[in-house]
Design a protein around this ligand. Structure first.
Ligand code: SF4
Length: 342
């Protein structure tokens, strides 16, 4: 857990005044990266400036919004300590094998109609039968008719299953690393970190875009955060979501001390992610409304991607509020409609 202090810092800079850099991007060493996380909060304004320049260079003034539909919920055989859908969890959540088709397709239409960047579809569980993948592929075909960009958050796939989804038109797969290789056994023992890495490599070989990130605040050290980001730098995912732990009652992490997740520390993590994987779509996922409340301007100086309307079982902020927060901070939300049927 971070020991960052809570000295208040704030950004008074207009976001559009930040300059883009044309120099080669910095390549931080492990030691330099750890020092950034361990540094005093007084260094944050300068860090925001460095990360902000890279954000401007690769993402301009745009923020992309994603909508998440939880297509399969609960009853997962895995024991990820943070997760309400795990077999170890006693969290009071709704469980179902497939979300109602109407809800899935209505959400897809919402993404299309609001020109959101992507429809993310989360499925609990780590293993799927070929028949289940076939059912998912059928639904993907229906949704792709609207031209939406689709990402599935799904467990381990066989190559055959991944190809079935590819053939159906699935664009991207989310498979997070969640933590460092050496810390992973503390949060999950039913599968390994390397299984996750190997799954991602197989998906990349088949031509999928990859979304892969992690969770901050599960008791890991600064070095663990950096080691996870170094792995992600190797993977070079198209999108990198960072979640800040929201301890869910009924999960093994329900009593986790999150006092180290000050806004300043969370911003340092995001700045570091931008410095280490500068071209990725950097997303602030779970925890945004809690840890960045009132600091959306600083947040958007670094990240270019956020979710709207819920994170699986933890709740989220509605689309109108999300767009308002983006505009209030001086950014525009990205309309990705080029390949859409209008
Ligand atoms: S994170 Fe995924 S694999 Fe882990 S328990 Fe939750 S649903 Fe299962």
């Amino acid at each position: 857990m971070s020991t960052a202090t809570s000295t208040q810092t704030s950004s008074t800079e207009c976001p559009s005044t930040e300059s883009s850099t044309t120099a080669a991007d910095p390549v931080l060493t492990r030691e330099e990266a750890i020092a950034i996380l361990a540094g005093p909060d007084s260094e944050l304004p300068e860090l925001l400036k460095r990360a902000g320049a890279l954000r401007r260079k690769y993402k301009g003034n745009r923020v992309s919004i994603h909508l998440l539909t939880n297509a399969r919920s609960g009853n997962c055989s895995q024991n990820c300590a943070y997760c309400a859908q795990s077999c170890r969890s006693k969290a009071d959540i709704e469980t179902y094998k497939w979300v109602d088709d109407k809800k899935l397709y209505d959400d897809n239409e919402f993404v299309h109609d609001h020109h959101l960047a992507r429809h993310c579809i989360g499925l609990s569980g780590m293993g799927f039968s070929d028949d289940e993948i076939r059912e998912l592929a059928d639904r993907i075909r229906v949704m792709k008719k609207q031209g939406t960009h689709l990402c599935c958050s799904i467990g381990f796939l066989t190559e055959k299953q991944a190809l079935m989804l590819k053939e159906a038109g699935l664009d991207r797969i989310n498979h997070n690393l969640n933590s460092s290789r050496s810390y992973y056994h503390n949060i999950c023992t039913t599968h390994t970190f390397d299984q996750r890495v190997n799954n991602i490599k197989m998906l990349q070989r088949l031509g999928f875009e990859i979304c892969s990130g992690g969770i901050i605040g599960m008791g890991e050290s600064h070095a663990d955060v950096v080691d996870m980001l170094l792995e992600l730098r190797e993977i070079a995912p198209q999108a990198l979501p960072i979640n800040f732990l929201l301890p869910i009652p009924g999960t093994p992490l329900e009593h986790t001390d999150t006092s180290g997740l000050t806004t300043e520390y969370c911003l340092k993590v995001l700045c570091l992610a931008r410095l280490m994987v500068p071209q990725t779509d950097l997303r602030c996922a779970a925890g945004r409304e809690v840890y960045f409340k009132g600091r959306e301007g600083d947040l958007l100086r670094v990240v270019d991607s956020i979710f709207a309307s819920g994170y699986l079982t933890a709740g989220g902020q509605g689309i109108k509020d999300t767009i308002q927060a983006i505009e209030n901070a001086g950014y525009t939300y990205e309309i990705e409609s080029d390949d859409r049927e209008e």
